[in-house]
Design a protein around this ligand. Sequence first.
Ligand code: 8YV
Length: 313
Amino acid sequence: MPKTRVLQQGRLLPALEKRLAETYDVHPLWQEADPKAFLAAHGGEFTALVTSARFGADAALIAAMPNLKVISSFGVGLETLDLDAARARGIAVGYTPDVLNDCVADTAFVLVMDVARRITASDRFVRRGDWPKGQFPLATKVSGKKLGILGMGRIGRVIARRASGFDMEVRYHNRRPLTDTEHGYEPTLKGLAEWADFLVIASAGGPETRGLVSGEILDALGPDGYLVNISRGSVVDEKALIEALQQERIAGAGLDVFEDEPNVPPAFFELDNVVLLPHLASNTHETREAMARRVEENLAAALAGKAMVSAAA
Ligand code: 8YV
C-alpha cells in the first residue's frame, strides 16, 4: 500500500520529522520557494497536514487542500489554527495539551523567582566584574506572597500547585469562576492585579484575550508588583508594559513570550527589571518528545478513523 501523503508545514523536532518520514510520504512545504503555487498545483494530493502552534493552519491553507481529513499540530496553542474552517469541512484537528503543563508551570516559577530575586541581573553583575566594587542590591522575597493567575486552565492549575510549595496564596481570574478549585476567584482582572504581588498570565492567546493586560492593569499591579507571562505576547499591551517598566510603575516582568516573536523590542534590552526568555517554556527533551508522540498518536488515530487522543475539533 502506498504511504499516506502528509504535508509538513514547517520544521519540527528532528526526531519527530524522522519518525514521520519513516511512516508517511512527507512533503516539506517550507522547502518550497513558492508555497502558494505548490499548493495550487498539489494541495489536493494530501489528506493530512502536520503543523505546530507556531505555524498554525489558516483558512487559506485549509481551502488549498481540498482532500484534507486530518490536521495534527505540535503545541497546545490553538489561536493559529482556524478551527471553524476545519470544522466546516469535518477535518479532525489534534494538538498536544497536558503533556507540557509541568514544564510550562516550572518556567512560570523560574520567571517568578528570577525577576523577584534578580537572578539573571545578579549574574550580569558578577560577569561585569562588579562584585568586588560593592554588594548587589537587595531583592524581593517570593515565599508567602500573593500569586494571581490570569487563566486558571490546565497550566494555571499546575502553577497554583507549584505556588503551594512556596506557601503562596493563590487567586485567579477567568471569565467564570470554577467549581473545582479551592483558590479564590477575582471577578475582574483589575481586582486580581490590585490584590496580587505576582500576576502570572496563563490564559490562551487569540482575539478574546488580546491586550487584556493594559496600562491600567499594570498600574493596578503597582510599583511592588511583578508580571510574568508564559502564555502569549498578545495578551499584554507590550508598549504599555515597556513604559510601565521604564517608569518603574511595576517592579518587574518575566517574559517568555512576545507580540512579534522572535522580534523582541530593543527597549526591553535597556531594562534591568525584566527577564527575557526566547519562548522556551516547553523546550525540554522530555516534554518535546511527549509532544511529538502526541502528534504522531493523533495523526495515526485520525487516519485510522479513530478518535484522537487530544482532539481540538
Ligand atoms: C511551543 C507553545 O514552543 O504549545 C504551545 O502552544 O507555545 C509552545 O509549547 C511552540 O509554540 C510549538 O510550536
